[in-house]
Structures are given as structure tokens and as C-alpha cells.
Design a protein around this ligand. Structure first.
Ligand code: CTP
Ligand code: CA
Length: 226
């Protein structure tokens, strides 16, 4: 029995989805990470596969099974590794969805050996800025349809619309984190923005939201390429 899911809105299209946090090593036993669980990005990858896309999922360190129908999964750890994997995978992609919570900074010089505690003294870590994956894709003359995420704790609409413009994106999905929503939570709520339009996706579980987001991406993609 061959089951068919979704409406085939992305049939024939290649999509790359990044998901999860990145870990930036301080030394062999410590890292700087963030609270992203990867669930929203994994749900988007699954929904896109259900909609007929050929999906490559670039996953940071998460504890999640690959959703049914996802063609390929590349596991990475740091922002630098994610950057390289996304650039390679998007070379032939139609759509990139940046759902990963990419670390903005990394320790400037990770220690080769475990850093020993100096009793009675604090420790200052020097950090270097990571490359912006979405912005580097947007800077390519030919690039896929670009969808970003913006997780904010305040002024969601303003920050999201600013990121849409500043990063040269085709769409951004904004969510308020905290209060049982967003990071580490089952539920989410998304506001979608694209140049000249917006759509509110009401609070729901991440799988439901992912299906709605994928439907909007398919619509905007067709509109932008027609
Ligand atoms: N992003 C990226 N590469 C980075 C940082 C972020 O591709 N080095 C992407 C994320 O995957 C997301 C979008 O940019 O799709 C927005 O991420 P966010 O952290 O909200 O934006 P920043 O520009 O890093 O701004 P800030 O953290 O200051 O809010
Ligand atoms: Ca950031």
C-alpha cells in the first residue's frame, strides 16, 4: 500500500531545512548552546516531504528521529559546520528554510585541553562572530527562495520585519518565545511576513503550524517564480 500525504504543493521541488541549535565548543567538555529543541524545523521538514518536496534536513545536535519521507539528513554540531552543510545542500535547492537557532558567536580560540578552574578568579571568554547563513545565501546572485525564522522575546513584528528586509528574505516566520510557546514547548504561534503581505497562524502544535507554513511557502514560492 502506498500512502499519499498532503496535496503535492511542493512536488518536484528540492527543499533544504536547517533545524535545532548549534553547539560552539569552549574546550573538549564544554560548549555554548541554546534552548532550541529542533522540533519546529523537523516538523517543517516532515510537512514539506508530505507536500511532495525532496527534503534535505541539516540538523544541529538534537534528540529527534528523522521525519517520514525526508530524503536526506546531515547532522552537524557548530554554526561553521551548519554553514558548510547548508551551502553544499542548497547549491541545487529551490527553497531554503532556516529554522535552526544558529549560534551568533563562538569561542574565538577553543582550548585543546579542558580549561582548569582558577580558584578565586572569574573567567572571560573571547567570542568571535559566526557567519550568517541566510545572509550569505541571499548574497549569492542565484539563490533559493529564502525563508527565515525569528524567535523573539519582545517586539516580535518589528524585529521580524526588520530581519526580512535586512537579510533579503522572501518570507520570515516570527514567534514569541516564552510563556509555554516556542523553544522547548510543544505549541507555537507564528506570524508570517513577506514583502507586501503577512499572515497570522494561531497557536497550535508544531506539526499543525508546519503544515500551514509549508502551504504558505508553496503559495509564495509559486507567486514569486511566476
Ligand atoms: N541565522 C543564520 N545564521 C546565523 C544566525 C541566524 O542563518 N548566523 C538565521 C536563523 O536560522 C533564522 C534567522 O537567521 O532563520 C533569524 O535568526 P535570529 O537569531 O532571530 O536573527 P539574528 O540576525 O541572529 O538576530 P538576533 O539574534 O540578534 O535577534
Ligand atoms: Ca541570532
Amino acid at each position: 500500500l502506498v500512502a499519499s500525504f498532503g496535496d503535492g504543493a511542493l512536488r518536484g521541488l528540492k527543499m533544504v531545512v536547517s533545524a535545532g541549535p548549534t553547539y560552539e565548543d569552549i574546550d573538549p567538555v564544554r560548549f555554548i548552546g541554546n534552548r532550541s529543541s529542533g522540533r519546529m524545523g523537523f516538523a517543517v521538514a516532515g510537512a514539506a516531504a508530505d507536500a511532495g518536496a525532496q527534503v534535505t534536513l541539516v540538523a544541529g545536535p538534537v534528540h529527534l528521529d528523522t521525519p517520514r519521507g525526508v530524503a536526506r539528513r546531515v547532522d552537524v554540531r557548530s554554526a561553521a559546520e551548519m554553514h558548510a552543510a547548508v551551502l553544499a545542500a542548497t547549491a541545487a535547492a529551490d527553497i531554503y528554510v532556516g529554522a535552526a537557532a544558529v549560534g551568533d558567536y563562538r569561542p574565538a580560540s577553543p582550548a585543546a585541553q579542558k580549561i582548569k578552574k582558577q580558584a578565586g578568579a572569574g573567567l572571560t571568554l573571547a567570542l568571535a562572530e559566526n557567519p550568517d547563513i541566510l545572509a550569505s545565501l541571499a548574497a549569492q546572485t542565484v539563490h533559493p527562495f529564502l525563508v527565515g525564522f525569528a524567535a523573539e522575546t519582545h517586539d516580535v513584528a518589528d524585529y521580524a520585519q526588520d530581519k526580512l528586509r535586512r537579510k533579503g528574505l522572501d518570507m520570515i516566520a516570527a514567534n514569541l518565545v516564552g510563556n509555554g510557546l516556542g523553544f522547548e514547548a510543544a505549541d507555537n504561534a507564528l506570524n508570517l511576513y513577506w514583502p507586501g503581505g503577512s499572515l497570522e497562524l494561531a497557536r497550535a502544535d508544531k506539526e499543525t503550524l508546519a503544515r500551514q507554513l509549508v502551504a504558505s511557502i508553496a503559495q509564495r514560492y509559486r507567486a514569486a517564480r511566476s
